[in-house]
Write a protein that binds this ligand. Structure first.
Ligand SMILES: Cc1cc2nc3c(=O)[nH]c(=O)nc-3n(C[C@H](O)[C@H](O)[C@H](O)COP(=O)(O)O)c2cc1C
Length: 387
């Protein structure tokens, strides 16, 4: 067992332990992957200001996100098919998040269902909704999330049309995977994964199969998901969903200043500045580069969160210093899940927490609330280079 000291170590282990098609599903962006690469590269452009001779006792990363207390302002982002990286993956990730004291967001496209997560956790989790054409399904799903006690709805706005990821097509990605010779040869080298999957019955989309009309087998499910995302989602429909839900609402996938203003006027509890981890509009700017303009545009009318490209506590600190109230991580915890199940997600959270705490201290700060522009050294044109 290798010694794990950083998120990249978890990624290397994930690559070895999960089937190729599922690791590739995580480790890809759309088309040329330019935005996927920029998300991380742009964090690396930001440098930190070292401060000395500051009393560093009593530091804390405690904070709040939409009024919920969090051990650090880092939520687990919704990630489809997490239950294919490790058996019952969403339950494992939700439990790790609960024990750590950070929010877990369940994807519509998860393997474990809303009810599964509710049964295996005690603190409320967040639910991410994709809007489908089938309005009965959308309404019923919102009701299920309410019944399960979900404490926020994360409405994803940047995936009404699916961005193309070449590897998923080449690998013939599906859940459950097809038992082709190529896949069977691949599984033979992942005994841990196979053993886990043999012990669970959760192998397909738990929020959809048995809930959406006419979906009872995989073939129709694949067709259903391709056809069912609502390409006409607009602000009027978003308002309808807000009314149906009636609770805390986070709008996910905002990357433009005008859209951010609109979302703030709309009264969202928070917006999540995101380009879906570089998986949708290839050629879009990185989230971290768009963040300063968006923070300035919305002021304190809504909380601003950020995801896409966070691989360390230093990245979290940079986002907070640029004005985000909180962050989300996707791949960083999924690598942990694929590497070591629940323990791997805990490890990912520990790594990021420790990095955040130490980096904060070396910047001379004792709390996340104290972070700001004064902690950063930015290229002169950061956030304004492209107009
Ligand atoms: C494998 C994978 C699956 C994802 N599935 C969903 C999803 O079902 N719903 C959603 O809103 N976002 C989804 N996302 C986007 C994440 O919520 C998040 O925006 C993204 O992972 C952030 O970038 P990062 O991975 O660089 O942290 C997915 C991301 C990945 C990597």
């Amino acid at each position: 067992m290798p010694i794990i000291t950083c998120i990249d170590d978890l990624k290397q282990l994930h690559r070895r332990r999960a089937p190729k098609m599922f690791f590739d599903y995580v480790e890809s962006g759309s088309y040329t992957e330019q935005t996927f690469r920029d998300n991380s590269a742009d964090f690396a452009e930001i440098r930190l200001r070292q401060k000395v001779a500051v009393d560093l006792l009593g530091r804390t990363t405690d904070s709040t996100m939409i009024g919920h207390r969090v051990a650090m302002p880092v939520a687990l982002a919704p990630v489809g098919l997490a239950g294919m990286q490790s058996a019952d993956g969403e339950i494992k990730a939700a439990r790790a998040a609960e024990a750590f004291g950070v929010p877990f967001t369940l994807s519509t496209m998860s393997i474990c269902s809303i009810e599964d997560i509710a049964r295996h956790t005690t603190t409320p989790f967040w639910f991410q909704l994709y809007v489908m054409n089938d309005q009965d399904y959308v309404a019923a799903t919102i009701e299920r999330a309410k019944r399960a006690g979900c404490s926020a709805l994360v409405l994803t706005l940047d995936l009404q049309i699916l961005g193309q990821r070449h590897k998923d097509i080449k690998n013939d990605l599906s859940a459950p995977p097809r038992l082709t010779l190529k896949n069977l040869i691949d599984f033979a080298t992942r005994p841990r994964w196979v053993a886990g999957m043999a012990l669970t019955r959760r192998h397909s989309f738990g929020n959809i199969v048995g809930h959406a009309k006419g979906v009872d087998d995989l073939t129709s499910l694949t067709r259903w998901t391709n056809e069912q995302f609502d390409p006409q989602l607009d602000w009027a429909k978003i308002a309808r969903i807000r009314d149906q839900w009636g609770g805390k609402l986070i709008l996910k996938g905002i990357l433009d200043v005008d859209d951010a203003r609109r979302a703030a006027d709309f009264g969202a509890d928070a917006i999540l500045v995101s380009n879906h981890g570089g998986r949708q509009l290839d050629g879009a700017l990185s989230s971290i580069r768009m963040l300063p303009g968006i923070v300035k545009a919305v002021g304190d009318r809504t909380e601003v969160f950020l995801d896409s490209g966070i691989r360390s506590g230093q990245d979290v600190l940079k986002a907070l210093a640029l004005g985000a109230k909180g962050t989300f991580i996707g791949r960083s915890y999924i690598y942990g899940l694929g590497a070591m199940g629940q323990a791997g997600v805990t490890r990912a959270l520990d790594i990021i927490h420790k990095e955040l705490d130490i980096t904060m201290a070396l910047c001379g700060e004792k709390s996340v609330a104290g972070l700001g522009r004064h902690n950063l050294l930015l290229p002169a044109d950061f956030g304004t280079r492209y107009r």
